[in-house]
Structures are given as structure tokens and as C-alpha cells.
Ligand binder design. Structure first.
Ligand code: PMP
Length: 352
């Protein structure tokens, strides 16, 4: 070992889903939206002037924050933006999870949480989901240094009703509760409506899924102004210019078209419900998903085998070789045509 290596911070990094770029592939492995962003985004892209890149972007991201405030009908001081919700959540971990007590998140959940906790040296505990893969509310009534969970949960897709989310927040007035709503637009009401009532609640959302902009890296947090101020203090102590100029402009444009957003989200939900019926008929079981993916397990064919067979066909889904979930495939909801190709292949493969 070289001498300097003793000072290296060693971490086991998060493994993102594969990003293959093969002609004709059907990419259902990282929960991207199969539809393009709102037409106004393309227009805003055409209007971008490379000359403007000479200057630093607005560190306060005011244009995007104003657009969010308009869209949700709330004050600007309640919003914080970052480079995807990954950046926002990482910043929130650094800001709010600074206790000796462990933070809590489910054992089966977004696998980045434990990576950030390890990186920042935050103690954590992962209460187990029950046998139906549901979060056990009372596990979150124990003493803790903070709480985070996705709703809908990932990779299960299960949406927890708002009254249950509220109970977790209400029972933890002494710690910050982060509700990661990456997929909420495909499910039910957002916990944003609870922010007026709870000063310890931070809701995080993203433009990567329901707004078809994973490539632009835009995420945001919504909470009472005091929480947002603390977040900004950490952001400005780390990197003042997290959001680049194109992301600020194009994110703003995306928010202007509510009708397009509702239409594409509606289409994905309709496709999801149809695919659920067809997967059931093929012998798959899955928790009832409120997200833009289905977490499915086949009654006789191992998930790993199906994952490999699909890949041979240039169809990418996600497989996690982790305890309790290693017999499931997480299948992103694509277009109807893409899902038809997937279903057709599964039908013939499972019949053989
Ligand atoms: N939270 C959850 C639960 C996710 O699945 C993802 C997507 N990988 C993210 C946050 C981060 O998404 P993004 O950084 O693209 O906003």
C-alpha cells in the first residue's frame, strides 16, 4: 500500500443502472420516461445562445425557483433546486442528518441512501419491510436522527397513503423527515400539502421521471423556509453553481406546460395498468405499483434467467442481486409499443 492510501476515504459506490446505447434497444431499466419533454423545452433549447455560457449561471436559480413557485402556487422561499434529486438528497443528508442517533430508512429502498450515509459518516438503521414489502409505520416511531423513505417506494412501487406518511412525520417532531417523491406524479397526492403543518418535513421531487428530463439533471426540495435556508447554507458551502444554465432554462420551460405533463403521465399510468393485467395473466405477481415501473416476480421462472433472456433480445430491465428481492425484475413502463414487444417475448419464452 502506498503511504497516501491510508488517507483515502474508501467507499462502496452506488451502482446506477446500465446505460447501454444499442440500436433498436428497448430500455426499461432506469425508470426514464418514454415520451419526450414538453414541446416548449425543445423551443427553449433552440433559443439558447452559446454566448451566454461565458457567464456563470444564477447561483440562486431564481428563474426555475419562480417557475416552481408559480406552478405549485407557493412562495419561492420554500423551494430548493439541485442537480437531480440525487444532489438535493445528498445535500439534505449533509444538512439535516448530523446526529449521533441513527437515521432510518427501509431495508428495501433506494440503494443510494446507505451510500450517502457511509460517505458522510452518518449512522443508520434499516427497518425491514413486511412480507408484503410494505413499510412498517411503527418502526419509524423509535428514536432516530432523521428519516428518509421514497413514496412510492423504490423498487417496490408501493404508494403509502398520505395519512400514514403524516403519522410518521407527526410522531417525529424532533427530527427531519424527508419524503422522496421521485415517482409521486404517477401515484397519489404529494406530501407537499403537509408542509404548512410540519416544520420538520422536506419533500423531494425530480424532473427525471414524470417530466422526461433525466438527462438535464433537475431535482427540487419543498419545505418551510427555515429548512430551505439551512439547505442553502450547505449548498453555498459546497458549490454555489450547482445548476447549469441550460438546465435552469429548460426546466423552467417544462413547468409552463401543465397539459402536456398531465397527458404523458396519464398515458404512462394507462399503459402500466394494462401491463399489470397482462403480466398477471402470464403468471407474474407484483406489489400494486403506483410508480412508472412494476416490480414483478414470476411463479416459476427465475428473475435472473428472465433478465438475461430479455437482454439477449435487446430489452433491458433492472435486476437486483440483493437479499429478499433477487427474484424480481423491475420493469419500467415504456410506450405501449415497447411493452407489447416485451410482453410478446415473455409470452413465447414462458411457454417454451
Ligand atoms: N429517488 C429515487 C427513489 C429514485 O429512484 C431516483 C432515481 N434513481 C432518485 C431519487 C434520483 O433521481 P434523479 O437524481 O434523477 O432526480
Amino acid at each position: 500500500m502506498r503511504n497516501w492510501e491510508q488517507y483515502v476515504r474508501r467507499v462502496v459506490p452506488y451502482t446506477p443502472g446500465e446505460q447501454p446505447n444499442r440500436p433498436g434497444m428497448i430500455k426499461l431499466n432506469t425508470n426514464e420516461n418514454p415520451y419526450p419533454p414538453a414541446p416548449g423545452v425543445q423551443q427553449a433549447l433552440r433559443e439558447l445562445d452559446a454566448g451566454s455560457f461565458r457567464l456563470y449561471p444564477d447561483p440562486a436559480a431564481s428563474e426555475l425557483i419562480d417557475a416552481l413557485a408559480d406552478y405549485y402556487g407557493k412562495e419561492q422561499e420554500r423551494f430548493f433546486v439541485g442537480v437531480g434529486s440525487d444532489d438535493v438528497i445528498a445535500m439534505a443528508f449533509q444538512t439535516f442528518f448530523n446526529s449521533e442517533k441513527p437515521i432510518l430508512f427501509p431495508d428495501i429502498s433506494y440503494s443510494f441512501y446507505s451510500v450517502w450515509a457511509e460517505l458522510f459518516g452518518i449512522p443508520y438503521r434499516r427497518p425491514a419491510l413486511d412480507e408484503k414489502l410494505c413499510l412498517v409505520k411503527k418502526d419509524y416511531f423509535a428514536e432516530n436522527g432523521g428519516i428518509i423513505f421514497p413514496n412510492p417506494n423504490a423498487p417496490t412501487g408501493i404508494y403509502m397513503e398520505l395519512c400514514e406518511v403524516e403519522e410518521i412525520i407527526a410522531r417525529n417532531p424532533d427530527s427531519v423527515v424527508i419524503v422522496d417523491e421521485a415517482y409521486v406524479d404517477f401515484a397519489g397526492p404529494s406530501a407537499m400539502s403537509l408542509v404548512d403543518k410540519y416544520d420538520n418535513l422536506l419533500v423531494v421531487q425530480t424532473f427525471s421521471k414524470s417530466r422526461s428530463m433525466a438527462g438535464m439533471r433537475i431535482g427540487f426540495a419543498y419545505g418551510q423556509p427555515e429548512l430551505i435556508r439551512y439547505l442553502n447554507d450547505v449548498k453555498y458551502s459546497f458549490n454555489s453553481y450547482t445548476m447549469n444554465l441550460p438546465s435552469l432554462k429548460l426546466g423552467t420551460a417544462a413547468l409552463k406546460d401543465r397539459a402536456y405533463f398531465e397527458e404523458t403521465v396519464g398515458k404512462i399510468k394507462a399503459t402500466r395498468e394494462r401491463v399489470k393485467r397482462e403480466l398477471s395473466a402470464l403468471g407474474f405477481a407484483f406489489p400494486d405499483s403506483g410508480a412508472n415501473f412494476i416490480f414483478a416476480s414470476h411463479k416459476s421462472c427465475p428473475a435472473k434467467e428472465l433478465f438475461e433472456a430479455l437482454k439477449e433480445q435487446n430489452i433491458y430491465v433492472r435486476y437486483f442481486a440483493s437479499p429478499r428481492i433477487d427474484n424480481y425484475l423491475r420493469i419500467t413502463v415504456g410506450t405501449d409499443e415497447e411493452m407489447d414487444v416485451l410482453l410478446k417475448f415473455l409470452k413465447s419464452y414462458l411457454r417454451e
